[in-house]
Each structure stands twice: as structure tokens, then as C-alpha cells.
Design a protein around this ligand. Structure first.
Ligand code: SF4
Ligand code: SF4
Length: 171
């Protein structure tokens, strides 16, 4: 979903699903939502929050707690986190907000909400074994600079792993 669509959606009255917090808490990596008491230390230490007001971990936790399921899962909100885990270090409750981000991303993907840039990278991974395939031009340049050759993971091995994680079904 584009940022424009997300903004449009956020202008609508959000629907509330009272069980949403428990859904997140019982999904893999989502338990931390149960411990958040909304102090805001995560937001004050988050590097992404300094750059864009769209990402605010405390507010995101609040939306989950209050049950704004569509507003969280069907917009761009789950996809800003860099997984730096500064918030995890700072949280006085051990609420694992960085982990909760993974939980809502998984749920978001199940709803078909994946940014097209990430989908492109997933397709690359499935078809080539690399997230960003290296070009022949770059390889030649490495040779000219006498840099050591790059050892690539076997494409077959990567594809086997992706089949087992079911990522290949997405692409
Ligand atoms: S620092 Fe922890 S308790 Fe405080 S708002 Fe963030 S997640 Fe919640
Ligand atoms: S893990 Fe995500 S939410 Fe937490 S501080 Fe880093 S970028 Fe912000």
C-alpha cells in the first residue's frame, strides 16, 4: 500500500477489534505487547522517529492495545522499523517492541500488505539467491581493484530454505 493510500486510510474513522492485542500477543514474537505501559522511552530513542513522524513505536504499541487492527496491518506502519533494537534496550518493561514489529509484519504479510520494494527483494532472493543481485560490471570492477572474489551461497540451498519458510509462496 502506498503512503498516499495509507494517509487516506488514516483519515477515515478507524475500526476497532478488541481482540487485536491478544492476537498480536499470541503470535510468534508478539508477547511484548502485553507489558507496554506507554512511557514513550522507545519513541524518544528510536532513530527512525527522528526522521519521520509516520514511525512512532509508542503510538504503534498504543494502536495495537486499543485494537486499531486495520490501521496497523493494512497501512505502511509496520514497515518503517530498522530492527536496530535500541527500543528493546531502553524499554523499562522489557516489552520487546522491536520484536512486536516482526509480529505485526508477519500478520500484515498474511493480509497481503507488503511494500513493493520488499517484494522485489524477495523475488530476487527466490530467483537468484541474492537480495540485491550483483552486476557483471561490479564484479569486473572488483577484479580491476584486485579485491577477493565473492563467495555466493548456493542458489539451490537458498531456494530450499525459502520453500521451508514459505517465503517463496509470496513471490
Ligand atoms: S518503552 Fe516499552 S513500555 Fe515504554 S512505550 Fe515503549 S514499549 Fe511501551
Ligand atoms: S527497533 Fe525499530 S522501533 Fe525500535 S528503535 Fe529501532 S527502528 Fe525504532
Amino acid at each position: 500500500m502506498s503512503e498516499e493510500q495509507s494517509e487516506k486510510r488514516s483519515g477515515e474513522a478507524p475500526s476497532v477489534v478488541l481482540t487485536f492485542m491478544n492476537e498480536v500477543a499470541s503470535s510468534p514474537r508478539g508477547e511484548g505487547i502485553l507489558y507496554c505501559y506507554q512511557c514513550g522511552r522507545c519513541s524518544s530513542s528510536c532513530p527512525v522517529s527522528r526522521i519521520t513522524p509516520r514511525h512512532n513505536p509508542r503510538k504503534l504499541m498504543e494502536r495495537i492495545i486499543l485494537g486499531f487492527k486495520d490501521e496497523v496491518l493494512l497501512t505502511d506502519l509496520p514497515w518503517y522499523c530498522l530492527s536496530c533494537f535500541t527500543c528493546v534496550d531502553r524499554c523499562p518493561q522489557g516489552a520487546d517492541v522491536g520484536e512486536v514489529m516482526f509480529a505485526i509484519r508477519n500478520m500484515s504479510v498474511e493480509q497481503g500488505n507488503v511494500p513493493k520494494e520488499l517484494m522485489e527483494q524477495a523475488k530476487n532472493l527466490v530467483s537468484t539467491g541474492q537480495v540485491v543481485p550483483i552486476t557483471n560490471l561490479a564484479l569486473e570492477k572488483r577484479q580491476r581493484l584486485k579485491l577477493p572474489p565473492i563467495e555466493f551461497a548456493s542458489r539451490e540451498v537458498v531456494q530450499k530454505l525459502l520453500r521451508q519458510t514459505r517465503l517463496s509462496k509470496l513471490t
